[in-house]
Design a protein around this ligand. Structure first.
Ligand SMILES: *Cc1c(COP(=O)(O)O)cnc(C)c1O
Length: 390
């Protein structure tokens, strides 16, 4: 049986677009040379990397020599935090971030705290938003970095990046943003938004896995994270993932080009999905009602377990998630929902549906109908469900 798969987990990862894959393939075979070599099959690889660097720079309004390729969003986040922390510790050891960051940020901060840095985790409101006022109030003379994600991977809430960038600039503090979920969905302008460092990951916008970017504004004091050869202008050692870099460049260029049209399509579809699912009794939308990623629908259904919902959806060929993919093995409620004030007992009944390029109106209708039936069925089996709801 080859049942159709309805993939609604694009925030976890996307497939590599076939046009992107086509651009990558030669770099696995005939164009396999090392970009650091001087013969032609090496040199043409260097050119390919240069081209990708330009594509990324253009997509976020940076300069090409401010773009550094890494092995993914996690490495970029680690580099930004640890690199800035140790290069600026004489100025101070205080870092400001939020309670709803990806674990690549939160666990890097925990590690830095164990090395003597002080971390302030800003709270968020019930929509998952951090207040620029709170950012400003938490600044101290020894603050060296503010790191606030562009858009949240679980609930889709978009942070007030421009306002925070202005504050950081006013106080002369570096500003890093994890834009892994935002890229390809929201126009990013590192200059206009006063961003000092920004993380991207190829596999979240139809590029390959295992390749990412750290944008570092010219003149930023940052130490290297990976030591070795002279690649990436002596900032990030290791033979380049040429095929991955080529793929990331094309994927980001395409995502930015398609954004205006695709955003509208996604907004309409996720809007319908959200509206219909909220007709289910005792259901709540998580995240901001409109300042949110256009492809994200995150809903809590009371009296049911998210894991049970996912298993039944899976039997119907529907791929979704309960929050972040990293959490699916743990019974801890999502740190994001917890920070937003969602009670632990209820947070467990949350489902995240993130749609993408191949999602159709028909898929949306199927998911509405399957999910509505699933919730009804699960509630009828649960002793917790109030009688009047059955
Ligand atoms: C996926 C993700 C990451 C990690 O990126 P990888 O390339 O998978 O390491 C970091 N931050 C956010 C917000 C993400 O969604």
């Amino acid at each position: 049986m080859t049942e159709k798969i309805i993939y609604m987990d694009h925030a976890a990862t996307t497939y590599t677009d076939s046009a992107v894959l086509e651009k990558m393939i030669p770099y696995f075979s005939e164009k396999f040379g090392n970009p650091s070599s001087i013969y032609s099959i090496g040199a043409e690889n260097k050119d390919a990397i240069t081209k990708a660097r330009g594509q990324v720079a253009k997509a976020i309004n940076a300069e090409p020599d401010e773009i550094f390729f890494t092995n993914g969003g996690t490495e970029s986040d680690n580099w930004a935090l640890k690199g800035v922390a140790f290069a600026n510790e004489r100025k101070g050891k205080h870092i400001i971030t939020t309670a709803v960051e990806h674990h690549a940020i939160l666990h890097s901060c925990e590690w830095l705290a164990s090395k003597g840095f002080e971390i302030t985790y800003l709270p968020v409101d019930r929509y998952g938003r951090v207040s620029p006022n709170d950012v400003e109030k938490s600044i101290r003379p020894d603050t060296i970095l503010i790191s606030v994600m562009y858009a949240n991977n679980e609930v889709g809430t978009i942070q007030p990046i421009k306002e925070i960038g202005e504050i950081a600039k006013r106080y002369g503090i570096y500003f890093h943003t994890d834009a892994v979920q935002a890229a390809g969905h929201i126009p990013i302008d590192v200059k206009a938004e006063n961003i000092t460092l920004l993380s991207l990951s190829g596999h979240k916008f139809y590029g390959p896995k295992g390749v990412g970017v750290l944008y570092i504004k010219k003149g930023t004091r940052i130490q290297n994270l990976i030591h070795g050869g002279a690649q990436e202008n002596k900032r990030r050692a290791g033979t380049e993932n040429v095929a991955g870099i080529v793929g990331l460049g094309y994927a980001l260029e395409a995502a930015v080009k398609e954004m205006p049209k695709e955003s509208e399509r996604l907004r309409k579809m996720s809007g319908r999905l959200t509206e219909e699912l909220l007709k289910i009794p005792a259901s709540h939308l998580n995240g901001h009602p409109y300042d949110r990623l256009v492809n994200n629908t995150n809903i809590t259904f009371e009296y049911v377990e998210g894991e049970s919902i996912l298993l039944i959806l899976n039997m119907h060929g529907i791929c979704a998630s309960t929050g972040s993919a990293c959490n699916s093995a743990s019974l801890e409620p999502s740190h994001v929902l917890t920070a937003m004030g969602v009670p632990a007992g209820i947070a467990h009944g949350s489902v995240r549906l993130t749609i993408g390029k191949r999602t159709t109106d028909e898929d949306i209708e199927t998911v509405i109908s399957v999910l509505t039936d699933t919730i009804k069925k699960l509630r009828s089996m649960s002793p917790l469900t109030p009688k009047e709801m059955l």
